[in-house]
Design a protein around this ligand. Structure first.
Ligand code: 6PG
Length: 239
């Protein structure tokens, strides 16, 4: 696990964008299957990406998938697709046919999780029985959830299905979430975690066992990198 710590969330976002572009430039003819997370943290990064790095990003070689989605229509302020689309995808020249969203508005989240699992299994090459994404971008909640796998839902870390329906225990909202076996199968698994409220969860990821879904993923995925700002990591003296 590699930690990269920056003075601010803006700097962490910029370096993460450049890192993804560099990874893609190392394989200049390959199309990359990329899984994006939502939530508040990456919103800044998507905004910076559209405004500062659009010209140097090989958009035509990206296929965009979602790590997780809230079960709401794309127009809802909670929609991860809606957020990523308005801040990034609608502003850059990515081919529309390379964007594969989860339909959060579907009446049956279970059916949608199945449809999206099948779509991902069809489009993303298999490795060892699970789709192998090139890059998966993750966040972590203060409770240690990642994707939409919350503490208490650890069975989804080792599910057979690529996506399942979960429930946010705080507000009962249904979600559709990429499961653990797919996340840890990715070639690169990159966490963006910023803000002082996340210091405990980062501390657990770095220094504890598999105490949360985020810690489990960080400990079991292949190339794991954490992009952090300074306040997201406790000083060793504060541990
Ligand atoms: C979501 C995410 C989720 C997110 C964490 C952190 O839909 O909420 O994809 O896994 O990464 O909850 O969210 P914040 O950045 O909002 O704290």
């Amino acid at each position: 696990m590699k930690l990269s710590i920056y003075p601010s969330s803006v700097e962490a976002s910029r370096k993460l964008i450049l890192h993804i572009i560099n990874i893609m430039n190392e394989e200049p003819v390959k199309t990359f299957n990329i899984g994006l997370s939502g939530g508040q943290t990456p919103a800044l990064m998507f905004d910076i990406w559209a405004n500062e790095y659009s010209n140097v990003t090989p958009w035509e070689r990206m296929r965009i998938f979602w790590v997780d989605e809230r079960c709401v229509p794309p127009t809802d302020s909670d929609s991860n697709y809606g957020m990523i689309c308005s801040l990034l995808l609608s502003l850059v020249p990515i081919p529309y046919e390379n964007v594969f969203r989860i339909y959060g508005e579907m009446k049956s989240p279970n059916k949608e999780a199945k449809r999206y699992s099948e779509l991902v299994e069809q489009l993303v090459p298999d490795k060892d029985g699970f789709p192998e994404f090139d890059i998966i971008l993750l966040g972590a909640g203060v409770d240690g959830h990642t994707s939409s796998i919350f503490p208490g839902q650890e069975k989804f870390l080792n599910a057979d299905a690529a996506y399942v329906t979960t429930v946010n225990p705080i507000n009962g909202q249904k979600r559709i979430a990429m499961t653990g076996n797919v996340i840890i199968n990715a070639r690169w698994t990159i966490f963006l975690i910023t803000g002082g409220s996340k210091a405990e969860v980062v501390n657990e990821i770095c220094y504890s066992g598999d105490v949360s879904p985020a810690a489990y993923v960080a400990h079991h995925a292949k190339n794991v990198e954490l992009f952090l700002d300074e306040v997201a990591i406790l000083n060793p003296s504060e541990k």
